[in-house]
Design a protein around this ligand. Structure first.
Ligand code: G1P
Length: 295
């Protein structure tokens, strides 16, 4: 089974749920504790053995491109001052020369359209897609979990989790044929079905391992939910040829595309940090008591 070497990061979204913050900052640069969202996705990809990072960006995403560039003046300054810790903090932002590429999406035409634009960069091999909005706190990165499982199964693979029935219209949903352990064999996928017609409550979370055959399907796919070109529809169209499974990952997913999910993720990740934990926990307890008294 082919090694998964390349990952596509669709980062062209406008981040309208985070206005006004995202008026001048890409949403992927919003910060969980002290790292931007995109850093979490890149770290997860690296852990899974990804060697080439393909970003599908748009106008206004300059800060994201700069983030993975060397900051010569800053680094020189830190070296001169002997600020070793600050220099070390930049370590994870360094990408090996020639491993990063940026493709522009000129209009927000959907996730499927963004992935379609990566065709030439990906070429004829299976690849990963990571949506940085979906931050997953896991003992082992979810993409690494999927790469392992994919080596045994092949085809298209999507990360999945169960959602409440009333939320099916926010996700891609699997039509399940059979389940075994973490794997659900799917008959098909539907993008954002109404709860009363959803084929299940097993939802797609933003991690995919896709076969290159997806590009032929994306090339002929018409607009779907929300008038956008949907990746879910193209995967669904390829089920008969390539097969698709859902992988129920071990981990806790935060929807960092929503303010609620973002705030919760901030708290969860802050509490994971030994240097912050004690003080933050105490603070949270006190705040919770104050809020309870107010109610
Ligand atoms: C996208 C996908 C959807 C998936 C979701 C996971 O939707 O289209 O199938 O369930 O990500 O976060 P979006 O949230 O971008 O509307």
């Amino acid at each position: 089974m082919a090694h998964i070497r390349k990952a596509v990061f669709p980062v062209a979204g406008l981040g309208t749920r985070f206005l006004p913050a995202t008026k001048s900052i890409p949403k992927e640069m919003l910060t969980l504790v002290d790292r931007p969202l995109i850093q979490y996705a890149v770290d997860e990809a690296r852990q899974a053995g990804i060697e080439e990072f393909i970003f599908v960006t748009a106008a206004g995403k300059g800060p994201l491109e700069d983030y993975f560039d060397t900051a010569a003046a800053l680094e020189h300054h830190l070296e001169m001052k002997g600020k070793k810790e600050a220099l070390a903090a930049l370590e994870d932002t360094r990408m090996r020369e020639g491993t990063l590429s940026f493709i522009r999406q000129d209009q927000p035409r959907g996730l499927g359209h963004a992935v379609k634009l990566a065709r030439r960069a990906v070429g004829d091999e299976p690849f990963a897609v990571l949506l940085p909005d979906d931050v997953i706190r896991a003992p082992r990165g979810v993409l690494a979990q999927m790469v392992d499982a994919h080596a045994q199964i092949g085809g298209h693979m999507v990360a999945t989790m169960d959602v409440p029935q009333k939320q099916t219209s926010s996700y891609g949903i699997l039509d399940i044929e059979s389940k075994k352990g973490r794997i659900a064999q799917a008959r098909g996928l539907v993008e954002k079905p109404r709860p009363d017609i959803a084929p299940s409550t097993l939802a797609v979370v933003g991690r995919y391992i896709l076969q290159p055959s997806i590009f032929d399907k994306l090339a002929i796919q018409g607009p779907g939910a929300g008038g956008e070109l949907q990746l879910t529809d193209a995967i669904n169209a390829d089920v008969a040829d390539a097969g698709v499974v859902g992988y129920r990952f071990a981990g806790e997913r935060f929807d960092c595309g929503s303010v609620q999910g973002f705030v919760q993720a901030t708290t969860a990740f802050a509490l994971d940090r030994p240097e912050l934990q004690q003080g933050y926990q105490k603070f949270l307890q006190e705040r919770t008591e104050i809020v309870a008294l107010r109610a």
